[in-house]
Ligand binder design. Sequence first.
Ligand code: ADP
Ligand code: MG
Length: 570
Amino acid sequence: MATGNINVSVENIFPLIKKFLYSDHEIFLRELISNATDATLKLKHLTAIGEAGGVEYGNPRIEVKIDKENKTLHVIDQGVGMTKEEVEKYINEVAFSGAEEFLEKYKDSAKDSGIIGHFGLGFYSAFMVANKVEILTKSYKDEPAAHWVCEGTTEFTLEDADKKEHGTEIILHINEDDKEFLEEARIRELLTKYNKFMPIPIKFGTREETLPLPEDAPEDAKPETKTVDDIINNPNPAWTKQPNELEDKDYKEFYRELYPMQFEEPLFHIHLNVDYPFNLTGILYFPKLTGNMEIQRDKIQLYQNQVFVTDNVEGIVPEFLTMLRGVIDSPDIPLNVSRSYLQADSNVKKIASYISRKVADKLKSLFNNNREDFEKKWNDIKIVIEYGMLSEDKFFEKAQKFALYPTVDNKYLTYEELEEKIKDNQTDKDGNMVILYASNQDAQHSYIEAAKAKGYEVLLLDSPIVPHLLQKLESEKEKISFVRVDADNVDNLIKKDEEKISKLSDEEKEKLKTDFESVVPKEKYTVQLEAMDSDAAPLIITQPEFMRRMKEMQQTGGGGMFGMGNMPEM
Ligand code: ADP
Ligand code: MG
């Protein structure tokens, strides 16, 4: 039996590991299962290239086992295993220096618990929950098995063992304080959280499976059950497949797998798949989003090679798309760094702009392929699109092709369509296109009707974001102006007007109006209150339409354009 000292300059690294990683100590299981997966995939590769020395790959799986009596947790794989020399090298030297380096680098920022869970501290994270760790391992090479034991100090023992099958078993002697990791429910929760889509089947206990009844079974026959391995993961999740292998129903099924508690179907999906200049796969879903943006429970999940990392994708996915759901998987996202560093990373920037481009392309093709359906979905997706248009210029440009503006007649127009409709017949004296809008269909009803009677288009501002979008359009495009349908004299399709802020109180206005009305003949003129808010024209006195026409007729000697028959009773 060999004993030795782990080569380390930090006096005793184990208390440090516990202290700094305490807030996220559950990640130990993810780390151990990742190692087991790596070891299995290595063997797969070696057998595939014929260098596994006659060892067959078969149908390997990983097993997680709780031994309550001995207070141990076991992670067992059928991968490449390690020789004694390899344990020396990879566990005592390399892995340890990795842990040491981590602590050196990050002990000051350890309070930022965000980064801790994302740091692959690897094998040594086992000491966050165990006071003693054993490795029982047999290499696929024709060499004796090895048994390594370490009790949370820098000392270890390493001796031969008699394990026959290749692969590795990690045995954790769980701390008194961490007894939760001997509970089946807790381990199942962790496996579901981190390992649900890992590429090698993971067995955790067994379950009863009901066998189908034979066709000729009597009606009161009880179905038989048999005990089968409980495999907790789906090793081939949809996002790892090619889009042409999948149908719409597969995407919907996967959505349900991701969010078992979501009963509403997603509106549509976007399959992401790129391998240059960075590697990224994933599926994003547009959920039905209601106007009031309730806090989202089900978020986009970030994976690295099918290992769950986090559901905080801030900085990686453009902010306006964080309202979507789904999965992204990329080995190219640096996870061991702070959020502010992430935002400055050029790869991450490229990823964010790739995602936003793909989303825009998908929306455009949905719009082009089935406009009617797109219009139906518009109210459920517009928050994301309008917000994206405001926050990202590139997206704004692309979205011009499919973003819809509703009119008071329940039509949906793109900006281009709107422009086409009004450019020749809805302008002001200076040649600006005048886009009329209403924000409240009931309160502004009579103005809307008046504008419609003249054949004008009136936009309906039914979302809190659209006014900001219009403002952006107004500042970017020349020769357009937005005018509230009742803000001005639509008769003349008015010049641009400054925003009006009244200096008078309501009482003062009412008094002023009554004063004017007492001297202006009511049947000939209307005193208009709104106009009183403008400095240039504190008050407007207008003639009713028919009065004006009467006058014109008198001037042109009767007849003329307007026949008396069309006029209202005086
Ligand atoms: P990393 O996985 O990032 O390399 P770890 O600390 O998790 O770092 O593991 C250190 C090394 O120990 C691995 O690179 C691998 O060589 C070896 N190792 C760990 N677990 C296993 C295992 N289950 N089977 C074979 N080798 C393993
Ligand atoms: Mg590892």
